[in-house]
Design a protein around this ligand. Structure first.
Ligand code: MG
Length: 267
């Protein structure tokens, strides 16, 4: 249950592997990690409170860090280009490091299927009435996804700029994607999201000549909430500045640069 917007707590959450037509309902979480990607799992998950969420997320983060897995929580409005960014990243950087993806949407397995077609292992979480992923959903998705040691895990959160900001899912970094068609005033309207971000990706810069979007105003608004946040304009469509994105991802794997507590212990 979302403690902020009051979305229902009786919604069924389903975790599914793409490419398979049949679902089966289960009243219980899947008890074991498994490697059979030929079956679709349907799991009904219960309510979790925020404190329990944070505890669970901390456990996920340290468990994955110990295995050298970096987790990027991608958040945005619907339609900003998160899935397209992932498709292109898999195709252009996927041979440097194994990429796995947890896809979050209220319904459909469309995005997990797109990721699978792009060549990465993916699992879909459908949140039903829910407006965000939480640590429990991600934890259960990981039991099915089973990312290998040393891999780069993206979690594409449910598209909205409100609730996902409030839920720790065990990520290494939080990335907000905004596209130039959305307007440069979004940081001021949705401050929580931009306040917690490690990186703001500004997508669809190829459309800048056709829209009223002031990159400088966007950067100023984002930094008014989060003075050290990095703002990274790029275009998934024409590829401009994607080298900055790939360099940022590569830095995640460098302990001296990331400075995460988890990695200090492994260095
Ligand atoms: Mg998507």
């Amino acid at each position: 249950m979302c403690v902020t917007c009051g979305c229902g707590d009786d919604n069924g959450v389903r975790v599914a592997t793409p490419g398979h037509a049949h679902d089966h309902q289960s009243g219980h979480p899947h008890p074991h990690a498994h490697h059979d990607h030929g079956a679709t799992e349907t799991i009904v998950l219960g309510e979790r409170v925020l404190a329990r969420n944070d505890l669970l997320a901390a456990g996920t983060r340290s468990r994955l860090a110990a295995r050298g897995i970096d987790v990027v929580n991608l958040m945005s409005s619907p339609g900003s280009g998160k899935t397209s960014l992932l498709e292109r990243t898999i195709s252009e950087a996927g041979d440097l490091r194994t990429i796995c993806v947890v896809e979050g949407d209220q319904e459909t397995t469309a995005d997990a299927e797109r990721i699978a077609r792009a060549g990465a292992r993916a699992v879909q979480v459908n949140t039903g009435a829910g407006c965000h992923l939480d640590a429990d959903m991600v934890d259960r998705a990981l039991a099915t996804l089973d990312p290998p040691d040393g891999s780069l895990l993206f979690v594409e959160n449910v598209g909205n700029l409100v609730c996902p900001a409030l839920f720790d899912i065990g990520e290494t970094r939080k990335v907000v994607v905004i596209s130039v068609t959305e307007g440069d005033d979004k940081p001021l309207k949705y401050p929580h999201m931009f306040a917690v971000a490690d990186l703001v990706v500004v997508n669809k810069t190829d459309l800048l000549p056709y829209v009223d979007f002031d990159l400088g105003a966007l950067e100023k608004a984002a930094r008014s909430l989060n003075p050290r946040v990095r703002v990274m304009p790029l275009s998934v469509r024409d590829g401009s500045n994607l080298d900055h994105w790939y360099a940022w991802l590569a830095d995640l794997a460098r302990p001296t640069r990331t400075g995460t507590q988890e990695k200090v212990g492994r260095a």
